[in-house]
Design a protein around this ligand. Structure first.
Ligand SMILES: [Zn+2]
Length: 248
């Protein structure tokens, strides 16, 4: 079952800052976990040697980055897809807390949500956009590809792209995160969002192991931050992922 309540791992056994997961907790024993503040978006990918740029010809604009191992895997996957006539154009990769806050604040203050109560406003935004600090795009392991419109994957090139990804992305370590199964909580399905699991499963485990104080410290500095607990960001959204993305 992909959903696990975020309170599951409040204990102190998991790594809090920098460390290595035990082999029993992860398929990879050698994954070093970035400091939690990095997993919560306090990153500068262009200035950080842990990140590497995605070649601009694989993106719809310049300046996208992933963590090095994930970038290399993405490049290999992109090459393989291209040989099959599939173009995995990257539309978004690593996003900072500041970037996510600008997306969130714009939606929070949008005219169509002005009449809504704070919790409803957050839940409406959370259909597709993450609360700053909680986005997997902070991690440097996740990438959006092809199109951000769900309908585009229903037929034609989009459907062929999704079929290719579901058949082959796993060979390069990438898994679908926001799958269409009915019992998955959190975000609406996102056919475009794929994650480099050899790193991101370990990062999710590390976030779940953070102390309540550490988790709470993330949710400040943006509009409506006070509703984070009410909408259960960590339990429903950060952990509302496919079994593969949860490492099950
Ligand atoms: Zn995404």
């Amino acid at each position: 079952m992909p959903y696990e309540n975020g309170d599951r791992a409040l204990g102190a056994e998991a790594e809090k800052t920098v460390g290595v997961l035990h082999a029993a907790e992860s398929p990879r024993a050698d994954v070093s976990i970035p400091p939690l503040r990095e997993l919560m978006g306090r990153v500068s990918p262009a200035q950080d040697s842990a990140f590497a740029p995605i070649p601009s010809e694989l993106c719809n604009r310049d300046g996208m980055h992933l963590r090095r191992e994930a970038r290399d895997a993405f490049v290999r996957m992109h090459e393989a897809a291209a040989k099959a006539g599939i173009s995995l154009t990257a539309l978004s990769a690593t996003r900072t807390f500041g970037h996510q806050a600008s997306i969130w604040n714009r939606k929070w203050n949008g005219a169509q949500r002005m009449g809504m109560a704070p919790v409803d406003r957050a839940l409406d935004i959370l259909q597709y956009s993450s609360m700053p600090g909680s986005s997997r795009h902070h991690w440097g392991t996740d990438v959006d590809m092809h199109s951000l419109e769900p309908e585009d994957f229903d037929q034609g090139e989009g459907a062929r792209t999704l079929t290719w990804l579901r058949g082959h992305a796993g060979d390069y370590g990438f898994v679908e995160v926001y799958t269409p199964e009915a019992n998955r909580p959190g975000y609406q399905p996102e056919a475009w969002h794929w994650s480099y699991a050899p790193l991101s499963v370990a990062y999710l485990n590390a976030l779940n192991g953070a102390t309540p104080e550490e988790k709470r410290a993330v949710f400040e500095g943006f509009e409506g931050a006070f509703v984070a607990d009410s909408v259960d960001i960590l339990g429903r959204y950060v952990n509302g992922v496919s079994a593969e993305a949860a490492g099950h």
